[in-house]
Design a protein around this ligand. Structure first.
Ligand code: ADP
Ligand code: MG
Length: 486
């Protein structure tokens, strides 16, 4: 039996406002327990929530960025449940009428050596408050409650069940992460819980129309856990069904140490929460002028930038999509081109997607902290373009530039000079080397002349070695052919 995987994601992005969504207390992470919890967060009797305008503006920005409808009027609702870290006995959220409706997020999916642009349809994004945290103490076997997080503004972003593999879910989640960071509405810090995903996973026989029963895996706070949890859950469900069992709709937790998901509780239905409009909060009214003001103050978005990279710099779609995956990468690219010239756009893209990215990945460094600055890379590209060094030598120079950690704008030149890496294009010098190589490789020369084309590669390899890679490859090939023919 062939199975199809169906995934929908619910992501909680913590909005980076100074104060909480309904109170004036600080949202700063890491303070001593309960030092940032006001009477509103503690749910003392008689307090009233007051909407944080900044949180609404961030939701509007998100809606605009994904081409969604920003609801002119949305409603806050009470989601009732008991939990020790939820002192009110309900969470203020949005239910029937959320602030952001629809929209799409597109991303690049690389699979089986192919890269394609995909997009996922969003159902909605709504504003809500976070709960506090239970802290379990091993020593006394007691649990304490820290309400610093209670009332932190969240945007919950819900997709349609559009994704068909763990890899696709991860690609979507990464694109969403870079979008909210790009917009500056979320700091994206996954370790601190600023961006966490719930994955809804089901399987169905390939070709079947109806969805299978889903399980929801809660609170995945790394892309690796997201991928591992989905893959485990898919295997679990398929094995269960193939053994004659049925999947029960439930909420599960991922245990990264054992790399498995475990049942947490049976899934509540919406009716269990007894949602109703919060009488303490009036409807959230967003006038068109407000949306316009927010729009005018927004940064250029990845989609628009991608189109501009194709139009202005003549980059292929794929390159433009890769470079605009993060604002820092896009900015770096534009800084290189501004310095090196527009005709260096494609080489700059190649370098950023190639050596620069692989070095960043290997060293675990973000492009914003790369020791080689954009102007420094620009000079390196210019030195390839003007024939001072070959592409191959440039890789060596780049490595040395990375190690040098220098701010000098002329770093590439300094390294080429001090390491003697200038390309040999003086034909007299090259001819001398070629003659020596031919003399020392009489056997290969003989074979080549006898018709063995392959022997040429051996000869050119020796010549390159003799020049320590510094010969101009085109010039060297031409010279060798001429000499061998003569
Ligand atoms: P709830 O509010 O109870 O969590 P929703 O219907 O709003 O339920 O769906 C939550 C998420 O689950 C959405 O992202 C949706 O796309 C996804 N989803 C719904 N049905 C399925 C299914 N059968 N398989 C996988 N994901 C699903
Ligand atoms: Mg849910």
């Amino acid at each position: 039996m062939q199975w199809e995987i169906v995934i929908g994601l619910e992501t909680h992005a913590q909005l980076s406002t100074e104060s909480k969504i309904f109170s004036g207390s600080s949202t700063r992470f890491g303070a001593a327990p309960n030092t940032q919890a006001s009477p509103v967060d503690l749910a003392l009797p008689g307090v009233l929530p007051v909407m944080n305008k900044g949180a609404v503006e961030k939701a509007i920005q998100f809606g605009l960025a994904i081409g969604a409808t920003v609801a002119p009027k949305s409603i806050f609702a009470r989601k009732n449940y008991f939990y020790p870290d939820l002192p009110k006995g309900y969470q203020i959220s949005q239910y029937e009428i959320p602030v952001v409706q629809g929209g799409r997020v597109s991303f690049i999916l690389e699979q089986n050596g192919k890269a394609e642009v995909r997009s996922v349809q969003l159902t909605r994004a709504h504003l809500e408050e976070d709960a506090g945290k239970s802290l379990h103490e091993d020593y006394h076997g007691m649990t304490g409650i820290d309400l610093n997080r209670a009332g932190t503004p969240l945007l919950e972003i819900v997709t349609e069940p559009d994704m068909r593999s763990a890899a696709e879910a991860v690609a979507y989640a990464k694109a969403l992460h870079s979008l909210v960071v790009w917009l500056g509405i979320c700091d994206g810090n996954m370790q601190e819980g600023s961006f966490r995903c719930d994955a809804n996973v089901s399987v169905r026989p390939l070709g079947q129309k109806e969805f299978g029963t889903r399980c929801e895996i809660k609170n995945l706070n790394s892309f690796r856990f997201l991928e591992e949890a989905i893959n485990y859950e898919v295997r679990r469900q398929i094995e269960l069904i193939e053994d004659g069992g049925t999947v029960v709709q439930e909420t599960r937790l991922y245990d990264p140490d054992r790399k498995e998901t475990r049942s947490m509780r049976s899934k509540e239905d919406a009716q269990d929460y007894r949602y109703f409009p919060d009488p303490d909060l009036p409807p959230l009214v967003i006038a068109p002028e407000w949306v316009e003001r927010v729009k005018a103050a927004m940064p250029e978005l990845p989609g628009a930038m991608r189109e501009r990279f194709v139009g202005d710099y003549g980059l292929p779609e794929y390159d433009a999509a890769v470079l605009t995956q993060s604002k820092a990468m896009a900015g770096y690219f534009e800084a290189v081109v501004a310095k090196a010239g527009r005709e260096q756009a494609k080489p700059a893209a190649n370098w950023l997607m190639g050596d620069v990215s692989s070095t960043l990945n290997r060293e675990g460094v973000d492009i914003a902290e790369a020791p080689v600055k954009a102007e420094q890379l620009a000079l390196l590209l210019q030195r390839i373009a003007d024939g001072t060094i070959s592409n191959k030598i440039a890789k060596e120079v780049f490595g040395a530039m990375w190690e040098a950690k220098s701010d000098s704008p002329a770093l590439a030149d300094e390294i080429i000079e001090s390491k003697g890496l200038k390309q040999i294009s003086d034909s007299g010098a090259l001819e001398k080397i070629v003659d020596e190589v031919l003399a020392a490789n009489a056997k290969s020369v003989e074979e080549y002349r006898a018709g063995k084309e392959k022997a040429f590669n051996a000869i050119i390899g020796q010549a390159m070695k003799a020049t320590r890679g510094k010969a101009n490859p085109a010039q060297l090939t031409e010279l060798l052919k001429k000499k061998l023919a003569g």
